[in-house]
Design a protein around this ligand. Sequence first.
Ligand code: KIV
Ligand code: ZN
Length: 499
Amino acid sequence: MAKVQFFDTTLRDGEQTPGVNFNTQEKLEIAKQLERYGIDVIEAGFARTSPGDFEAVKTIGETLKVSRVGSLARLVKEDIDAAYDALKNAHNPQIHVFIATSPIHRDYKLEMTKEEILASIQEYVTYARSLFEHVQFSAEDATRTEWDFLAEVSELAIQCGASVINIPDTVGFTNPTEYGNLFKYLKEHVPSFDQAVFSSHCHDDLGMATANAMASIENGALRVEGCINGLGERGGNTALEEVAVTLEVRKDYYGLDTNIHLKETKKTSDLVSRISGMPIPRNEAIVGANAFAHESGIHQDGVLKNPATYEVFPPELIGVKENALPLGKLSGRAAFIDHLQNLGYNTDEREEVNKAFENFKILADKKAEITTGDLHALMTGKAIEESSRYELIKIRTANQEENIHEASVTILDRKSGEEKEGIGQSVGTVEAIYNTIDQIIGKQYTLEEYRIDAITQGSDSQAQVHVMIQTPEGEQFNGTGIDFDVLTASAKAYLQAIQ
Ligand code: KIV
Ligand code: ZN
């Protein structure tokens, strides 16, 4: 059975979501999980754009051994060189070069003629191929490009050494019939079509990104690009988990295989949601909290008799089932490690496991039953906290008089090793904490979003707070904090956003 390759760009296109900014540690956490999920190619960033992206691409490329790791680059020598410098010691590198090809981009953005675009492909795809064995070429805004020109561009890129040709629907403009026909057209009009893998890359501006990706697969695309949870700017990108589950559930129709480990779906989705600070709507396909919830009596009756009456796949397929034997205060190290391994965590690093076990014991002292959700939060929450520049040491709040709350906060600046403290007031407790942190750091941030979720069901759940802040320069950052105490979780989220 032929296989569809999965190309994940959560760390690049997904990071273009307003307010989503991953640091290297966060990107690495996500990349490791994407590898466990079975993603074939991970786009770790755009090496030339910032030292942070360069470092993330380099670190991920040199850490992952199974998934291929890539960097985006324009058809510009300096971009290609930066991608090469970042990836030269990677285990399994690729470069992804692109140039816009549509009339509107040619005339208004690039101010280049068709001939100049072709010359640029000739020069820089060839150059990229001299440095990388695996070169992917994208014709940005392909779906608004003249089809004959797109065929010419694709053929040239293959002749210059590209082994993957990506056909992006950059502005989410196309529909399934048209996009499917475009792939069919390219198959018929690109002489070397079979020498390359053709790939789809869809945006969701009109809500058709997944449907478009499926139409491309039906018409010859052997690679699909997208982001976990459909992350991305504007309407977002194709949600890869939707494509993966559809290919499995409708294998009878598509007849295609993948390398995806579907049991890792929910965990991957939760991790990306937590680190990006982008919540998953309850009614989201596949990974939403309501995906297996049945409200109407007729449906409930059907599901009790046979779940397949109203569920097209079982929750176990995407790893939703909770552990049969929950962990608790009396559970030993072996049971803890066993649960971590079942959830796909690597337990080879003795020191890391010891630290995680200590944190588990602290948690188990406060909560009778530790669920899968708690374990994921424990494992990823700690890693995120430890990657932030500021660590929360102590926090105290008091109600001074009616409507005046005072907060005293102590933080550690991991960069300078200095402990700093401050006291501030406000009409609300959370605002008092945030004012105090601003005062300690010497910068005033604007709180754009603040949200609390419970990690698990029940009143003994830990709180997960997401914030989005804006710097005085207008940059937006997300942060997530987890704790039993809502105020502590609020402070942790703010400190993580500040980084
Ligand atoms: O949407 C797009 O066109 C892109 C390209 C850079 C591939 O993300
Ligand atoms: Zn894109």
